[in-house]
Design a protein around this ligand. Structure first.
Ligand SMILES: *Cc1c(COP(=O)(O)O)cnc(C)c1O
Length: 440
């Protein structure tokens, strides 16, 4: 444990910080080769810092609610940390709504988006007064009916699909011509129909758009937001008063999984927004944002022991305890979701041997369960640890239960002023097996 101030200064450097935390986790037995060969870690102070950077990227003069996309990391202590740091929550299901409320998020700071809201979900949302973004014409009829027999404070918006096109990952692109989300703005007749819908419903006061996530260029996202802002202006001109009072611009800022650098930053996105949609900043509209990945990804990592190593076809393979159960997208779509891997020794210290190309495999029973193929890393040995950085978003919230593999524990941490690491439980192990494991 270090208390040397020059050493401590280095703990803001991400790789050094991970190594320091990993050593502490091994010492405290949070990682154990038999009992807990796999665990997740969340940097709680890092979340606070990121939430601050997001807040500062938008001008103070603007009325902005930054609603964290709960699907990116649905662990209640993580949500609570973000809520304490001024964020609201964007939820897509009843389960996510429960977690947001449990985390202490006030209903007036929750936004409900989903293309499949049930009547019961809509009724609850309207009764709680949380903001609702209607996805389609059929949902609009349901909200009409529900509103007819209750008073509700819920701000209500309508999600439009600006149809500006997709990014490099099809599954993450929500503003394509055929996307399942929102009302396609450019389809025949939709604009006129939407103008009529807004005119007939004075309570419909928000416009929502979410262009896409990882893989979408900033200019594409900003163009989609610009279309939504132009549409809001069109509605208000058509009605002859400022009925639309707010614009929810969604999330989608991509994350750099190739290195430590936080790129692009929130301020870069805001400057692209200013270029494409200056009206958003003139103070006439309240703004909601819904960032998920860009808030949480870099504030979490996963660590796993190497159980065995072998050679296959001339290539070394390290078989670890981290695979498809914690890195579902990486394993099934490795080209879209590559991750970095770091090699550490049994005490958590970084290894520095001459790099050797090797496969990093998970424990599941199919050949594709690999975190990385042909990756140059210091030679791994049984008992070593591998670290997967940047897993704070979507990895902990996208478990896969194949092979009855358990969801590993997730530990929150803060690095204290004297270098000590304070751990806090974020998620207990969810055992899929009922047999007790003897530890010898
Ligand atoms: C997934 C999603 C988000 C968050 O996207 P990120 O890429 O994680 O920022 C925001 N809004 C909606 C409607 C979403 O579906």
């Amino acid at each position: 444990m270090t208390t040397d101030p020059t050493e401590l200064a280095g703990l803001t450097e991400p790789a050094r910080r991970r190594e320091h935390v990993l050593r502490a986790a091994v010492r405290e037995g949070l990682l154990h080769p038999e009992r807990d060969p796999l665990a997740g870690f969340v940097d709680l102070d890092g979340l606070a810092t990121t939430a601050g950077a997001l807040r500062r990227a938008f001008p103070d003069s603007l009325d902005v609610l930054h609603a964290f996309a709960v699907k990116a990391n649905c662990l209640v202590p993580v949500l609570a940390e973000l809520v304490r740091n001024g964020m609201g929550c964007e939820v897509a299901t009843a389960g996510e709504l429960d977690r947001a409320l449990e985390a202490g998020c006030p209903p007036e700071r929750i936004v409900f988006d989903s293309p499949a809201k049930t009547r019961a979900e809509l009724r609850r949302a309207l009764d709680l007064g949380i903001a609702v973004n209607i996805d389609n014409f059929q949902e609009l009829s349901r909200v009409d009916a529900l509103r007819a027999d209750r008073m509700s404070r819920s701000p209500i918006g309508l999600r439009v699909n600006p149809q500006v096109g997709g990014g490099t990952i099809g599954a993450m692109s929500t503003a394509t011509r055929h996307s399942k989300f929102g009302v396609p703005l450019e389809d025949d007749g939709n604009r006129q129909r939407l103008l009529r819908i807004y005119r007939e419903r004075p309570w419909l006061t928000w416009v929502h758009a979410h262009v896409g996530s990882q893989g979408c260029p900033l200019d594409l996202i900003a163009q989609g937001v610009a279309r939504a802002v132009e549409f809001a202006e069109e509605v208000n001109r058509h009605i002859g008063r400022r009925q639309v009072v707010g614009i929810d611009i969604g999330g989608g800022l991509p994350v750099n999984f190739a290195g430590e650098e936080v790129r692009p930053g929130f301020d870069e996105y805001v400057s692209r927004l200013r270029a494409h949609a200056p009206t958003l900043f003139d103070g006439r509209y309240a703004v909601v944002t819904e960032f998920g990945r860009s808030v949480a990804a870099k504030n979490g990592f996963t660590a796993a022991y190497v159980e065995y190593t072998k050679n296959a076809g001339g290539r070394p393979v390290a078989i670890t305890h981290a695979g498809v159960q914690v890195a579902t997208r990486t394993v099934f779509a490795p080209d879209s979701w590559p991750v970095r891997i770091e090699a550490h020794g049994p005490d958590g210290g970084a290894k520095d041997g001459a790099p050797v190309r090797q496969d990093i495999a998970g424990p599941a029973c199919f050949a594709g369960d690999l975190l990385a193929r042909d990756r140059a890393l210091p030679p791994l040995e049984p008992g070593d640890l591998v670290v997967v950085p940047d897993t704070g978003a979507y990895y902990f919230s996208t478990p896969f239960h194949y092979n009855s593999l358990p969801e590993p524990a997730v530990h929150g941490f803060r690095v204290l002023a004297d270098g000590r690491v304070g751990f806090e439980p974020v998620r207990p192990v969810r055992a899929e097996r009922s047999l007790p494991v003897a530890v010898g």
